[in-house]
Design a protein around this ligand. Structure first.
Ligand SMILES: Nc1ncnc2c1ncn2[C@@H]1O[C@H](COP(=O)(O)OP(=O)(O)OP(=O)(O)O)[C@@H](O)[C@H]1O
Ligand SMILES: [Mg+2]
Length: 276
């Protein structure tokens, strides 16, 4: 039986078609060294302007922290980048060529933008390695070309990611038995299996012990460089421990941008956020 016959025996025709001709997005064009452009973005919810003429540029390989008071629009901004929320106006580009506003959530994920929500969503009943394997299977391109050689590569990739997230000694453990911090790292590992070029992480330090926070700061710092990382976080010690550049959002716009020292000494930032 050929591979195609085997697939036919358990799949519909359109599903086979999807597997064989996956939607491979255009290559990421980083000609100007900028991986994400948000220009003049506006979003209203029932007349309330959650995002107000937002402009944000993230460089290739950058680790950017986004801070700002509750309701500033930080999560909504991530919703726009990932296609969960459609802006009323403005533009959003991934590299030079990929127009995020013309894509849906799965297309944006496939193009190379990974997002980690605040609550870890690992498969609790499965071993740590199985979680990583399942995350990889989400990539149709892997399924489409599944063969022995790639299986070796896949195993190497799982080992590599286990090392990156520091769970190499927990690979056989059930994900449900991990600490809160370890689950967060596993979920970051699951995102890494898809090789995102841009990773969005919303409040990673919440609920973590100091030790876990230090380890998370190291992890996120190590991920930048080969990819870009945007971190939304309220814990200022954590932000200070990882940040290069910090953007302060307030009422849906950029209030200030610069080093942690610069924004911490900015009078407007102190008034609306840090002075709380
Ligand atoms: N789907 C929605 N419908 C209506 N209002 C919304 C929706 N999503 C967000 N908002 C409102 O938009 C504003 C921005 O919310 P957002 O969640 O982006 O803030 P945030 O900066 O992430 O805040 P926090 O620090 O508390 O997480 C808030 O006033 C929120 O109530
Ligand atoms: Mg939020």
């Amino acid at each position: 039986m050929t591979v195609l016959e085997a697939m036919r025996s358990y799949m519909r025709r359109d599903q086979i078609f999807e597997f064989l001709i996956p939607d491979i997005p255009p290559d990421l064009d980083l000609t100007h060294g900028v991986i994400l452009y948000l220009d003049g973005i506006n979003v209203s919810f029932d007349g309330f302007k959650a995002i107000n003429d937002l402009n944000l540029y993230i460089e290739d390989g950058e680790l950017r922290c986004i801070i700002g008071p509750n309701g500033a629009g930080k999560t909504t901004m991530m919703d726009i980048i990932t296609g969960k929320t459609r802006p009323d106006s403005g533009s959003a580009w991934f590299g030079q060529q990929i127009n995020l506003l013309e894509m849906d959530e799965p297309e944006i994920a496939a193009a190379g933008i990974g997002r980690k929500f605040q609550k870890p969503t690992v498969f609790e009943q499965h071993a740590v390695t199985d979680n990583l394997e399942l995350a990889m299977a989400g990539d149709k391109r892997v399924w489409a070309t599944l063969n022995a050689r790639l299986n070796g590569e896949q195993r190497d990739r799982i080992e590599e990611v286990l090392q990156i997230i520091g769970l190499e000694n927990h690979s056989k453990n059930q994900a449900g038995s991990l600490s809160h911090g370890q689950k967060q790292w596993l979920e970051i590992g699951m995102l890494l299996m898809q090789n995102p070029k841009l990773l969005l992480v919303d409040e990673p330090a919440a609920g973590m012990t100091h030790q876990e926070m230090d380890r998370t700061a190291e992890l996120l710092t190590s991920l930048a460089g080969t990819r870009s990382v945007i971190v939304v976080e309220h814990d200022m010690d954590f932000v200070r421990s990882i940040a290069g550049k910090v953007t302060v959002l307030h009422q849906g716009s950029v209030l200030a941008e610069g080093s942690m020292d610069e924004v911490q000494n900015d009078q407007r930032v102190i008034e609306v956020y840090l002075g709380e």
